[in-house]
Structure formats: structure tokens, C-alpha cells
Design a protein around this ligand. Sequence first.
Ligand code: AMP
Length: 134
Amino acid sequence: MPTIFTKIINGEIPCFKVAEDENFLAFLDINPNAKGHTLCIPKKEVNKILDLDEETYLGLMSFSRKVGKALEETVDCKRVGMSVIGLEVPHVHVHLIPLNEMKDATFQHKVKLSNEEFVELAGAIGSKIEKLQK
Ligand code: AMP
């Protein structure tokens, strides 16, 4: 049974896509801790991050760094935090969370965004990545 994230990769479930390359995908978390909360995933379906082969693990970190830097420049925040949990979705994902206060990192404080806000944010972060790469 494919994970919900594999279904997103395969286009069976929609997402607010931020960035994609051959091996990785970044999209907005649908139930964000803070505005801009983004998930970075490997296209390879693996449950736990420490079970990734080293090349995919390092590739995921490099991809997440690129997305995180763009996120930090797009959203008003003190810094972007990274965490890996995986208790809900058994498909490796790195949470990139814009942080202003400790509660933003707790997963117990959520913000509501409209469809338009999700679309706008995903586009803004994505185009910042392209600018940073030039
Ligand atoms: P965890 O597995 O505990 O690290 O959390 C999984 C995260 O995935 C949660 O923050 C969810 O809000 C998020 N999530 C679950 N389903 C979707 C989806 N279809 N699109 C975007 N984010 C999702």
C-alpha cells in the first residue's frame, strides 16, 4: 500500500508544490505549524530517515537546505527550523518550519491558511529557489 506521499509524487493526490528534482519533492504541509511550513521528501519510499541509504540521506539534506534558505528569505521569521518526526506518515520527510517562537516548533500550535495563501506561498518560495540558484 503506497503512502500518501507516494500518491502525491505520482500525482494521484494534489499538493502545493514548492520544488522538485529527479529524486526529491518539496510541498507545503497541509496542516502547518506556521505559515510556510514545508515538507521535503525523497521520491524513494522509505519509512524511517535512518534507514535511507547514505546517498539519498545526503541528497535529502542538500535539497532541504536549498528549500530552507529560500523559505527563510520568503517568510518573516527568526530562522527556519528542521525536524524529522514521521509518527503520522511512514515516508521520510524533513519538516522546514519558519520559527518566531518556541510554540511554532511544537506541532501543537497550528495556523489556518486559505487555498489562495497556500498557492501564493508555494509559488513565492519556489521562485526564490530559482533566483538563489542563478
Ligand atoms: P509526521 O509524520 O508526524 O512527521 O507528520 C506528518 C505531516 O504531514 C503532518 O505535519 C501533516 O500535516 C502532513 N501531511 C499529512 N498529509 C498531508 C498532505 N496530503 N499534504 C501535505 N501535508 C500532509
